[in-house]
Design a protein around this ligand. Sequence first.
Ligand code: MG
Length: 166
Amino acid sequence: MRVGIGYDSHRFGTEGPLVLGGVRIPECAALTGHSDGDAVVHALIDALLGAAGLGDIGVRFPDSDPALQGADSILLLAQVVRLLAREELEIRNVDVTVVAEAPRLAPHREAMRERLAATLGVSPSAVSLKGKSNEGMGWIGRGEGIAVHAVALLGPAGTASRSMRE
Ligand code: MG
C-alpha cells in the first residue's frame, strides 16, 4: 500500500460560479487560479501523485502552460488516474477536508462524492469529504479563501476487495 498527502489553497475572486470537487456552486464566488481553481481536485491530485511518487501538480500541470488557462480540473484528475493505471496502481480510498467559512459543504457533499468517485473509478463509499470552518480565525476566518487537505491510499492494481470497487 502507498499513502499520499495533498494540500491546496485558493483565494476567492469576485464572480461565480465556485467549482469545488467538480461541482458548480453558482451562489458562491469563484476561486482564483490558472485553471478553474478547484482546490479540492488539486489537493486530491497532489495526494494521488504523492502516493505514487510521481511528482506534484505543479510539475505535471504548470501554471505557465497557456493550454491550462481556465482548465476543468476534473479533466486533469482524469489524466492522473490514467497515469496511476499505467503504473499498475489502484485507488483504495481518498479522504478530503475542506476548511472554509463558506460555502457549507453538506448540501454539495453527495454531488461531489459522486463526481469525484466517477472520475477516480471507485465507489462513492471510497471518497470521503469533510467540511470544517476555521472558527473565524485568520485568512480563512475572514473569508479570503479556502484550504483543502487530502490523503489517498493506493494499492497494486487488481487486488482491491470487492467492497472497495462497488
Ligand atoms: Mg490549486
